[in-house]
Design a protein. Structure first.
Ligand SMILES: [Fe+2]
Ligand SMILES: [Fe+2]
Length: 265
């Protein structure tokens, strides 16, 4: 059995601090073979920088996925071009874009593929179809264990994608909405699924941001960039227990911890 621990969108300094303290406290007990974090909002409310990438790397994170915020900081190009980079960008950006959309890692001597896909409903223009791009990806890889972080807004798109690849992909885990959904399940006894794993960051917030600033945007229609809220933190993650012979998910266990006080750390 291979155990994967996947954290939802890590949001800013509080998110990184919460992941660090969670791993310090629980890593031995949970003993994951692979740790994945979504880094879509890891630097303030934005995508990865060299500093935040390094921080997660030093915590022992094995793979970093991302989403619509991947290109926020130009220095992400330096991270994506590093020889043994742990960061992948969404696979269905046009092939001309820098970086790779999937990564091959080893866990307990088994090849594991992690891929990042971005949904097309209410997100970005110019993306290729995650459906056809995944068909193409599955043709070119030869691993039984494939995990996809499907970063998207629409529940229907996430479900349709997961059912399209049921029994072909080990797990499809949704991210991006920052709210953990109560629908963790195994499709057709094979593909681990949840619509959204949720996020790691400030709990007293509007999906991570200071409530007053977000309210102002909705009351005025004037869009400004949001700052992370302060205070207590939350951790949203999921554990996948995977059968290495068949590549199927045996068990999917959501993690949802709140009221985490990081003021002493
Ligand atoms: Fe996010
Ligand atoms: Fe996102």
């Amino acid at each position: 059995m291979i155990r994967v621990l996947l954290f939802g969108d890590v949001f800013g300094r509080i998110g990184r601090g919460a992941v660090r303290s969670f791993l310090e406290e629980k890593k031995n007990e949970l003993s994951p073979d692979l740790i994945i974090t979504n880094t879509d909002n890891v630097s303030s409310a934005k995508g990865p920088t060299l500093k935040t990438y390094r921080e997660l790397d030093e915590m022992g994170v094995d793979v970093m996925t991302c989403g619509d915020h991947i290109w926020d900081y130009p220095e992400v190009l330096d991270i994506l071009s590093q020889k043994n980079t742990k960061l992948i960008r969404p696979y269905n950006y046009p092939a001309i874009c820098p970086g790779k959309g999937f990564i091959e890692v080893e866990a307990k001597g088994q090849k594991v593929i992690i891929a990042s896909m971005l949904g097309r409903v209410w997100t970005k223009e110019g993306l290729d179809s995650p459906f056809y791009k995944t068909d193409e990806l599955l043709e070119k890889i030869d691993s039984k264990i494939v995990i996809v972080d499907f970063h998207a807004e629409a529940t229907s798109e996430k479900y349709a994608y997961a059912w399209n690849f049921a029994e072909k992909i080990t797990a499809v885990i949704g991210s991006h909405t920052h709210v953990q959904t109560a629908d963790a399940k195994i499709l057709n006894g094979f593909t681990g699924y949840m619509t959204d794993v949720g996020f790691c960051g400030p709990q007293q917030s509007v999906i991570g941001a200071i409530p007053e600033e977000s309210i102002k945007i909705f009351r005025t229609g004037i869009k400004t960039s949001l700052k992370p809220a302060k205070g207590l933190a939350q951790i949203n993650a999921v554990i996948l227990d995977i059968d290495e012979k068949s590549g199927k998910t045996l068990k999917i266990t959501p993690i949802n911890e709140s009221d985490i006080d990081l003021s002493q750390t």
